[in-house]
Design a protein. Structure first.
Length: 155
């Protein structure tokens, strides 16, 4: 069989050349670089969400404990006494009761603070209880919740 010149030309152009591969790698690198900031933001936000979730669980645990234990003003004082440290709330400047710092699952140190409102003058009444979690490294408030607890009597 005889080969023609057109067949030779076609076989020389078959396949992908080195230039095409380099250009495609450059395009893939540009696309990957465009997604890099999104990926970095996602990782940072995910880490923050872990801390917020842990802090929210701590706040909910303390509020549930307060709802179960506090039925009188004397019990409220006892509830507050398990937070033996005075901590200055940087947002309000008030001195509140704080517990020992704890580590969340990412090893971020947080501290639970508790603050009670004034006992009611007439009974039955309600008592305001605020629980806040702050990061000990930045003193930033991670989460906070307030509830009102029904009090039957003063003591």
């Amino acid at each position: 069989m005889r080969s023609t010149e057109g067949d030779k030309r076609r076989s020389a152009d078959d396949g992908i050349g080195l230039i095409e591969i380099i250009v495609s790698m450059l395009l893939l690198a540009l696309i990957a670089a465009a997604f890099l900031p999104v990926l970095a933001t996602t990782v940072v936000q995910s880490a923050r969400n872990v801390t917020v979730t842990s802090a929210t669980q701590l706040v909910n645990d303390q509020l549930e404990r307060a709802r179960g234990v506090v039925t009188t003003c004397a019990a409220a004082t006892s509830f507050l006494s398990d937070a033996p440290f005075n901590v200055v709330d940087l947002e309000t400047g008030a001195t509140v009761k704080g517990m020992l710092p704890v580590l969340d699952s990412r090893k971020v140190e947080v501290q639970v603070t508790k603050q009670l409102g004034a006992c009611p003058t007439a009974y039955p009444g309600t008592l305001r209880v605020t629980v806040k979690v702050i990061r000990t490294d930045t003193r930033e408030s991670v989460t906070e919740a307030t509830t009102f607890i029904y009090l039957e009597k003063a003591s």
